[in-house]
Design a binder for this molecule. Structure first.
Ligand code: 5RP
Length: 227
């Protein structure tokens, strides 16, 4: 099974988790796409739900499938959020933000009772860090933040988009940090947040409650967080 088919399998599987009248969080990326599409089909058939989106892109997509979208500020607790990830370790710690939506994704995840990750098996890693860690930063100070991260023994830090910087939904830049391996994700997250100009990091720690992993043989593996 190729990557696209695995993403479709995981995304569509997650759509079954949604029950009538739920307030759900809608993720961003090419795996979340299939979740949104499958959910849209259920909405067309009469399923009543409301949703909060993790990006402008996902809000547009969901609206095109007639899924009602609410602003995060206008809701209390989200029952279930389904989102993708760039790396998933055995404890369900994540790197996210490959699509640049990490800030809104983290705010939505933090407001959610359950965060279910949809991914294909290539995203499973023993240790986080091979995927460059996205860090969202204030544009006016990005060069200083970059220097501080390089000083933290990160071999390479790139401004996403380089001469035409990628601008996030919230008007910030992204630094992609090539740590290669992250030994202590909690400590790193704290150190990054201490740098003035850092808005958010792509480390999603102790947030995911479950992962739906599509395997190349067509099977689904469910990983649940140990409580
Ligand atoms: C966007 C994200 C995505 O969820 C992550 O990059 C995974 O994307 P895909 O499912 O396309 O591989 O964090 O900011």
């Amino acid at each position: 099974m190729d990557a696209l088919t695995m993403k479709k399998l995981a995304g569509e599987f997650a759509a079954r988790y949604v029950e009538p009248h739920m307030l759900i969080g809608i993720g961003t990326g090419s795996t979340a796409y299939w979740f949104i599409q499958a959910l849209g089909e259920r909405v067309k058939q009469g399923l009543q739900i409301q949703a909060v989106a993790t990006s402008k892109e996902s809000a547009l997509l969901a609206s095109s499938f007639e899924i009602p979208i609410l602003e995060l500020n206008n809701v209390d607790e989200i029952m279930l959020t389904v989102d993708g990830a760039d790396e998933v370790d055995p404890q369900l710690q994540l790197i996210k933000g490959g699509g640049g939506a990490l800030l809104q994704e983290k705010m939505v995840a933090a407001a959610s009772q359950r965060l279910v990750i949809v991914a294909d098996e290539r995203k499973l890693v023993q240790q986080l860090g091979k995927f460059p860690l996205p860090v969202e930063v204030i544009p006016a100070g990005w060069k200083h933040v970059r220097r501080r991260i390089l000083d933290m023994h990160c071999p390479k830090v790139e401004l996403r988009g380089q001469s035409q910087p990628f601008i996030t939904d919230h008007g910030h830049y992204i630094l992609d940090c090539y740590f290669e391996h992250i030994d202590d994700a909690h400590a790193l997250n704290i150190r990054l947040h201490q740098i003035p100009g850092v808005v958010e990091t792509g480390l999603f720690l102790n947030m995911a409650t479950e992962a739906i992993i599509a395997r190349a043989d067509g099977s689904i593996q469910i990983i649940k967080r140990e409580s």
